[in-house]
Design a protein around this ligand. Structure first.
Ligand SMILES: Cc1cc2nc3c(=O)[nH]c(=O)nc-3n(C[C@H](O)[C@H](O)[C@H](O)COP(=O)(O)OP(=O)(O)OC[C@H]3O[C@@H](n4cnc5c(N)ncnc54)[C@H](O)[C@@H]3O)c2cc1C
Length: 463
């Protein structure tokens, strides 16, 4: 039991988002007492774990579902991560890995779209190169090997991309706090501490955990998949449900030199398969992610099924109607149905291989092996009032409490999100504390950027 201590801020969740906020508040704010609470014995063990995501630093150049406006915000926000890593002495090579990135258009329709995109985006990404068949063949020969020259292809390519081990990044944020612990402040870390309940009390919140009870004036819930679960406990976000999409992977021997993405469908931005080198599995190419419906909040943990049902409020008429509306779209329905087959043991790869052949025509199902124990959950939010799928990040801001839902590119923009939440926390305290946003921007973004633009402004709810 944690006695006689009332924290100013408790951050729940020690993935890359929670640890980035913990680091931001510890280093750049004057908040007196901060705690981070994580249910596992180490940081970055769920979606931020190295094996559970695609390890890409999304800067918006090859993500064809981003509008120019979104890309212009994501780019500096994501580059804060590389700015942070370069500020570390000696450990950067465990977090960041230079890698080339390419997006490939196949067929006339995609080629026309990518050509148009190139013209629109090249000012924002001056390093982005437009590659035709022969140039693609030089950089990624497997893409053109035995591909008919009649088939139209086009690629956008940057040699200067990054892969990130987000698990090590999360740990490094906490290590940095420990290394430079500011004097006269209470900054505490609690591992193996699972939050069971949060309830409102007169001066803040009471947080009941497996390791005692905490009290805090403000709370930030950075539990990604569990964000809506905790919001609903406190009466927020009742209008939302979740479609539980598990993202799994396959491995082949190394076929690509860098990351190769395919074109995203705006209706299904989590759908496009890509091939990536894995920062911890040498000489292989990791393919995926798949998108199988799986009613859990944590991949491969069926103990979280009940919590999924609680978060999703499945048995409300509005929820059922929303699911029917969303899934009766034939593109989405067919896509999710197909993905169910990709994960079937032994035969799944025979269905999945078609997606990979779009990138490497010569690959065969027998070349693929399921990446066992890899992959995470990408929960897609449903607004049951409007019956719409709300893709991307979401945030619910309540009474001195924030709930973050952070699917991709949440990991890439973790420091930017931390910065924005730190600003909100300053508002909660009404001027009692100070957050040196300019210093943080100077340190990691090389100067200020436009804060009127908010990455998830369209998905932020104030309850
Ligand atoms: C297949 C896949 C591919 C992806 N690829 C990319 C990519 O290439 N690039 C990118 O930027 N993003 C990618 N993402 C998204 C990225 O993984 C997430 O945005 C990011 O990891 C979210 O970090 P987080 O800290 O918010 O959540 P998490 O890393 O999931 O952390 C949440 C934490 O909360 C803790 N927690 C939960 N409940 C409790 C509780 N009751 N008590 C205490 N602690 C609790 C968990 O243990 C966990 O540590 C991908 C995701 C998936 C699934």
């Amino acid at each position: 039991m944690i006695k006689n201590k009332i924290y100013d801020v408790v951050v729940i969740g020690g993935g890359v988002s929670g640890t980035a906020l913990f680091y931001t508040l510890s280093k750049y704010s004057t908040v007196k007492s901060i705690a981070i609470i994580e249910k596992y014995g180490s940081f970055g063990q769920v979606n931020s774990k190295w094996s559970n995501n695609s390890q890409t630093l999304h800067t918006g150049d090859i993500e064809t579902n981003y509008s120019l406006e979104k890309a212009s915000i994501v780019k500096p926000a994501a580059l804060m991560v590389s700015g942070y890593v370069s500020s570390l002495k000696g450990e950067d090579n465990k977090i960041i890995f230079p890698v080339s990135k390419m997006v490939l258009a196949v067929g006339k329709k995609e080629v026309v779209q990518l050509e148009k995109r190139y013209l629109e985006f090249r000012t924002l990404y001056p390093d982005l190169k437009r590659l035709e068949y022969d140039e693609i063949a030089k950089i990624e020969p497997a893409i053109t090997k035995r591909r008919s020259k009649e088939e139209m292809i086009l690629a956008l390519y940057t040699p200067n991309g990054y892969a990130i081990d987000y698990e090590v990044l999360a740990k490094s944020f906490v290590d940095e706090v420990a290394r430079n612990k500011p004097p006269n402040r209470n900054i505490d870390v609690f591992l193996n501490t699972k939050v069971i309940n949060i309830c409102k009390i007169e001066y803040g919140y009471k947080i009941t955990t497996t390791n005692g009870t905490f009290e805090s004036k403000t709370v930030v819930v950075n539990t990604d998949a569990y964000g809506l679960f905790f919001a609903k406990l406190l009466g927020y976000g009742k209008e939302f449900s979740l479609i539980p999409v598990a993202g799994n992977f396959y491995f082949s021997k190394q076929m690509l030199n860098g990351k190769v993405y395919t074109m995203q469908d705006k209706k299904l931005p989590f759908a496009a398969v890509h091939g990536d080198p894995d920062v911890h599995v040498p000489n292989k190419t990791r393919w995926g992610p798949t998108a199988k419906m799986s009613p859990v909040l944590e991949s491969r943990k069926f103990s979280t099924t009940l919590d999924y049902f609680r978060s999703a409020s499945l048995f409300r008429f509005a929820t059922i109607k929303s699911f029917v509306v969303i899934l009766s779209d034939m593109v989405r329905f067919t896509f999710l149905l197909k993905n169910t087959f990709y994960d079937i043991p032994i035969v799944g790869k025979y269905f999945f291989v078609k997606n990979v052949q779009k990138i490497v025509p010569t690959i065969r199902a027998s070349n693929l092996r399921k990446a066992k124990g890899f992959g995470g959950m990408r929960l897609q939010r449903v607004n049951t009032k409007t019956h719409e799928l709300q893709l991307g990040e979401g945030k619910i801001i309540g009474d001195n409490i924030i709930f973050n839902m952070t699917p991709s590119p949440g990991a890439s923009v973790c420091l930017f999100n931390g910065m924005r939440d730190a600003e909100k926390i300053m508002e909660f305290f009404g001027g009692l504390y100070y957050f040196d946003k300019c210093k943080m921007e100077d340190d990691f973004a090389g100067g200020c950027f436009d804060h009127d633009k908010k990455i998830i402004s369209e998905n932020a709810y104030v309850s």
